[in-house]
Design a protein around this ligand. Sequence first.
Ligand SMILES: [Zn+2]
Length: 262
Amino acid sequence: MADLAELCNGLALTDKESALFDFDLEHVVFSPSDPKEQQWILAVTVLRHTKFNVGAMERTLKGIWKPFKGVVMEVIDDNLFAFIFNHENDMKRVLAGCPWHFENSLVLVKQVMTLAEIKREDLFLCPFWIRILELSPNRISEEKAEQLGSMIGNFMEYDSGGKHVKYSGYIRVRVEIDTSQSIRRGILVGSKESSRWLKLQYEKLPKYCFWCGGFDHVERECEVAFDDGAKEGDKRQFAGLTAEESFVPSTKVANSQRWSSS
Ligand SMILES: [Zn+2]
């Protein structure tokens, strides 16, 4: 055991304080006493069925994230990784820039406090900028936009665009969606008497399955397509959900997307 005075920062302990309690320290993770030693951890998985080169994935993500203060990767399990950042801002930039891709597959990231916390089943949400078509930023209130965003998933932000909005014909909402479900193509709003189908488009959408809308595979790997294909012909009903790249973002959005891969 280390010198008692050293352990207790030079304090002269009373008899009561000197009593050593029997307590297993093996699975206890202490915060570093120096905040500069704090580490910032993202749990990461690549959303795809097929094998990939882990070294290439590590190089690609480090290359596009370019953390100022460095990052190391640890393999937790098959297709489950920890990226350990030395600075909070580097980690926050990665979170703000979601979604990320590796070889056209979605990379899911989630902040955790310890490596022991990392579980595959916790990695399924991913934020996207989603366009809701047939609406215009200058003709809808923020409140209504937020309501629509909440119908898609966990609403995070509305790009009101301010006076500098350079697009029309759609509004943009940032929404965290559940990637274990098929991708949502639109939202049906209104009442029984009068309703509208509002189509959705996704910015920075990776490859996904046009047949069943799954995020983790493409048609040629799709079990539904394999079962249905022969008897029902072409049913690629989920095509056409990728937003065009020609968009000029507002300043606020540009800042959060500066760190993105595209
Ligand atoms: Zn499919």
